[in-house]
Write a protein that binds this ligand. Sequence first.
Ligand SMILES: [Fe+2]
Length: 231
Amino acid sequence: MENITSSQFALGTIISKFNVPKDMVEEINLSYDQAKNLTPHNDHLAGKIANEFDVKNILSKKVNNFFLLCFKDYLKQICKDLWHIELHAVWINDMKENEYNPFHYHTGPTDLGLSSVLFLKKPKSYGIEYSNPNTPANGRLEFGGGQQDPLSISQLRVDADVGELFIFPYTLLHGVYPFNGTNETRRTMSYNCSLHAPEYIKSIPFKILKSYVDAVSKKEIENVKILNNKD
Ligand SMILES: [Fe+2]
């Protein structure tokens, strides 16, 4: 029989997975474990999780830049290279057995943005599946696409490992199932960013652009210049 080759072309929302270096995961865990008086973030979140804390003030520049690069890469994948990224809220969820995160989506100061989930700690076991152990759900992160086409993939359930980072539009529904039978913690960090279309950036006088938004890279400034020159 001849070998058959194929290519796939997907339309719709993309979820991107990145691998975060082990030393960066350790750095974040250490900063979090040593931090004192972190501000609870529960009031801004859907999670039924007791320990959810704002970690904006404990992240190094290296970590912030890493997220910025991953968000940029995501924009490249969806052909929106020139959009501007503004890092926004970032928090850590320390999830214990029986806690869960109901399906939800994120919002921010802009209508469009990206969110992310980085896995920082994972229990050795998520415990007993109460039924259908062949399709486990305990501790899994699940995305629901809502795609109406019956032949499309409408949901994705992932059993992520420490160091895996998922990036997706913050309007995408997602949730986490509870787990049981362990005292170990499932720790994740989520970073949200706002997105600004190039047209919006163009509307800001170039001289004040740098002070108006956070973390504008040199390359983005050059891109804006190029766009401006086209007019
Ligand atoms: Fe979320």
